[in-house]
Design a binder for this molecule. Sequence first.
Ligand code: ASP
Ligand code: MG
Length: 826
Amino acid sequence: MSEQPACVVHKFGGTSLADAACFRLVAKIVAARPEQRRLIVVSAMAGVTDQLVRAVHVAGKRDLGYRDIMATVGARHRQTIAELLSAEAANQLCDAVTRDLEIIEEVLHVTTVLRGYSRNGLELVSGYGEVWSAQILAALLRQEYGDIDWLDARDVLTVTRTDTGADVMWPESRARAEAWVAQRSGLPRTLVITGFVASTDEGLAATLGRNGSDFSASIFGTLFDAQEIHIWTDVDGVMSANPRLVTEAVTLPTLSYDEAIELAYFGAKVIHPATISTAVERNLPIFIRNTFRSDHPGTRIQQKSGATDQVKGLATIESVALINVEGIGMIGVRGIAERLFGALRDESVQVLMISQGSSGNSICFGVASAQADQARNAVERAFFAERLHGQIRRIDVTKGCSILAVVGEGMAGKPGVAAKFFSALGKAGVSLRAIAQGLSERNISVAVDAADTQRALRAAHAGFYLSKQTVSIGVVGVGSIGSTLLRQLSHRLRSLKQEFDIDLRVRALASSGRMLLSDHPIDLEQWRAELDARGEPTDLTRFAAHVYDDQLPHAVLIDCTASQEVSELYGTWLERGVHVITPNKRANTSSLEYYRRLRQANRTVGAHYLYETTVGAALPIIQTLRDLVQTGDEIVEIEGILSGTLSYLFNSFDGKRSFSSLVTQARELGYTEPDPRDDLSGTDVARKVVILAREIGMTVELADVALEGLVPKELTKGPVSEFLAELPKYDAHMEQLRREAEAKAEVLRFVGRVGRDGNASVALRRYPITHPFARIQLTDNIVLFRTTRYNENPLVVQGPGAGREVTAAGVFADLLRLASYLGASL
Ligand code: ASP
Ligand code: MG
């Protein structure tokens, strides 16, 4: 344990002092602090400074509405006081507030008479929120924890006003601080101090500028020799990006002063920059902490960056205009940049970023949109002569841009950060209008179109903060395969993450009627209840858009339906860069043109399309075939029993039972489709043949497969019950086929075949009882690959080729294959 610091400043912001309950919470935090001396700097109650400022503006317009505003402000403070303090203490404090309100009323009344206000009036009125909140907190602490004092910063802190706030007059402030302490014979153990307010040398009320209480904290930390500053607010610390734009944003444990300033400059509302510069001089660490989660360690801002991460945070500045100055007159001419930026400085235009091409014939810089016209005028005036002589050809202003900055000390000298940044933006389809890297190498900034801001920010965030194998998953179809997949996933998610850094996040589920979209990973043990409770009507366009989330590096849609409609969406999905995994055979067996489009997506946008389970469920059939083809083997013939149902029927057809009774029994066991004709027709097998044929480059359509199905022509129509009732009529014929085979020591098998000769067929055939097809069991699938390499003896893949567990597991395996394509080392 490190030693306790002797004195710590705690600053509580307005949201930490929103109401009586908040004050109690703050009092508890203060009381629990271990250090010897605690200086508590407070903001006004949330929103009060805004109201006071507004009251002054309203009065300045001669609008008596200021009275309503002040009545609200007064009532809120009185009520908070009444809720927190004993009657006696409450009365005393309410009287003080009433006296202050009377002063404010006088000032505002005069303001209406004068039809305008001075800075004196504004600063006097707007500082009262802190005067009240400090007294309330002090009184509460006194009541609960004994002797506690409060300090009105207007009596001590002396400043000169500047355009944007105030500069501290240190010697004067120090002298007054000492006098204040001497009067009380020492600094109390707990002292509540008003933030934000101060006085001028002449004793006029002043403020430190909006959000100035942070600054008060570091000023009083300096005056009273504190060793640490804790800024208590309503977030866990400084985040890696604005959490409203990036839900994946994380809290940063440490930041250097420079990084914090850089982030603040680029729009991350970290902390008032003057706070940091004051702290830097005395090397005071600053902690950003959450009042409402006081056990969270927060962010520590200190001298050293403190972490090995190359990138600390991402920040954006919105409403930026880019100004591009172009012309040959700029090439090699000295001092152009000086003149340009000198002119802008003279006009008080703040330049947010600068980028100059090495040829030097253009300079581009970014300014706040509100200053764009001013900037253009300044440039036009400064280069009047050059424009007249055509040396500067054009000055273009593009409004509607944003700047996105990546900040981190660790970036300096480390290769690859910029590449990562730009490739993340490129992948998200964000085009860059300008790029700049500061000499400090603490930041890289890019300008993008305003409309791209959030997407750019999220993509960059994903690129730097998430594992490369973080995958956003949507599952379409939650029937038997889909739900089994979800169960299998739920058992493995944890160890995949821990052992292999694969972060699989199921964020969307859809049945045909309802879908569930979630920003956070769906709890896979509760998904059904959640789908029922929070589901909405299925809309696959929104579904896909949700899964394709810029915040996560990769997206995959898993289609566990047998739907034609869903399969028709793969093309669009893949072309957007979304990976697709499916056991659904529809897409691969629709037109050849569509099939080619799907396979093409990998080459054009890098999206993977995986469908191992379309043939033989999880059996490695597609992968085996691919390996053969890609290593240069030549396929002579592929022959296989590709239907678990038909496999079962003929494996069981031994003459003891009629064929029709086997069909009925198989149906009862769930081995067939609800309508067994879907299996007996052989179409399903024909689809698999097409998939295999196309895999080896054949140009076949489903209609090209010579299909001899097992459904008698007369029975193709009509209800299932009728079909089952009529089927026995054909038993004699089937039995005859079986006997003929048996007589020759052969068996009947329903087989799909595709050959180098270009023929694809599906039919009932006979095989010797020594053939591999004769020796399979139950619903086994089996495929023989005859190739140039495997010519004497074919390569055989055999095993259960149907069923929800194995099919779902095959889909899962495709998902992990995808993860490994994306860089996982499994
Ligand atoms: N109450 C002041 C403001 O809202 C100062 C602060 O809260 O930091 O600007
Ligand atoms: Mg504030």
